[in-house]
Design a protein around this ligand. Structure first.
Ligand code: CDV
Length: 350
């Protein structure tokens, strides 16, 4: 029995420093309206969709960046998105900078800033929140860089893990939905944590410069797109899930960003792709039954995963150099079994 949901990636062209929330929301409302005309049930907007990608701008005092943050969601400026969701019965995913008063790990309630995404259903209710875990860039002004990337200055590491929720969406009674944000997509661990919760649809927004802005070497634009696509396609394939990945694209504050938003199926195939660097809606019908093939064969986790050998994944952050081979050390080590030895051993065991 097919379980089909029609989804869209609502790619956005650039938002300049001067652009207001009202400007951004008006463009998003137009994308929602186009989505409605095309029978879409769930729309995915980009990371930090309400403002320019402000981590490229240095502010001495972090609080000076607060006008780029949302202290309430919805707010009077973003309420029209929630109203449109309810009016059209369309869900949406929205990335924004979140300013909140919440307890930290020591229990102290204080002002905190996160790079956040929410999932809103067709009744205008927030059903899931995620705060970005993998924050790229740096915390202090870096004069070597051609463009600053100050996510580590303005945001704390997300404290919600990688949650997945099963909730009704569109015409379906329940879909397992999860989120990540931009740089998270490059980390297979993030995908696997979602995969281990049976995710069927991953939503993510991104702001990816078309050049490597750290000024430490050249990376061609086509490779920047390829690395983004490779990460999303392999994440979707290896966890047998659909993925909707939506860019903010074009030249924003003088910095060119890749577009190339995509929708990917559980085989890792791109089933829709944006072709502009502007506001653009791409759509796909996703039959969620297709997740069953991967997860009952190659990626049947119950049958094939070997967590007892994955300890390094959580025990270690950076790479640890391997031991250096030497003939002497090798002779003292466990003898490597030749094929004949193997057969002897098997026979002995029999
Ligand atoms: N917003 C991002 O997380 N951008 C990063 C860039 C800096 C590499 C990305 O992974 O696309």
């Amino acid at each position: 029995m097919p379980r089909i949901i029609t989804v869209a990636a609502a790619q956005m062209g650039p938002l300049q420093l001067k652009d207001t929330r009202a400007h951004a929301v008006a463009r998003m409302l137009r994308l929602l309206e186009r989505a409605r005309l095309r029978g879409v049930e769930l729309v995915v907007f980009p990371e930090l969709a309400l403002t320019t990608f402000f981590p490229r701008h240095y502010r001495e005092d972090v609080a000076e960046a607060d006008p780029w943050f949302e202290a309430a969601m919805p707010s009077p400026e973003t309420q029209p998105l929630f109203d449109a969701a309810r009016k059209y019965g369309i869900g949406f995913h929205l990335g924004y900078a979140e300013l909140c008063q919440v307890a930290d790990e020591t229990g102290v309630v204080r002002t905190r800033r996160f790079n956040t995404a929410i999932l809103v259903n067709g009744q205008g209710e927030i059903v899931l929140k995620y705060r970005k875990v993998h924050l790229p860039g740096h915390a202090e002004y870096d004069e070597r860089r051609c463009v600053q990337h100050l996510e580590k200055r303005y945001f704390e590491v997300g404290n919600l893990g990688f949650p997945v929720i099963r909730a009704p969406m569109g015409g379906l009674n329940g879909i397992n939905m999860g989120m990540m944000i931009c740089n998270d997509r490059r980390w297979p661990e993030a995908w696997r944590v979602l995969g281990l919760q049976g995710v069927e649809l991953v939503m993510l927004g991104y702001n990816t410069p078309a050049m490597n802005t750290s000024n430490r070497g050249y990376e061609a634009v086509h490779l920047r797109v390829q690395h983004s696509h490779m990460s999303i396609q392999s994440g979707a394939y290896q966890n047998a899930t659909f993925a909707v990945a939506t860019a903010k694209a074009g030249v924003e504050d003088g910095c060119e960003m890749i577009g190339a938003s995509i929708i990917v199926n559980p085989q890792g195939e791109i089933i829709a792709q944006a072709t502009s660097c502007e506001d653009e809606l791409i759509t796909a019908d996703c039959n969620l039954e297709q997740v069953q093939f991967g997860r009952s064969t190659v990626f049947d986790f119950d049958a094939h995963r070997r967590p007892e050998t994955y300890g390094r994944i959580t025990a270690q952050v950076g790479a640890v150099e391997p031991p250096v081979w030497s003939k002497q050390a090798d002779q003292q080590a466990q003898p490597v079994l030749t094929r004949a030895d193997d057969q002897d051993k098997v026979q002995a065991a029999d």
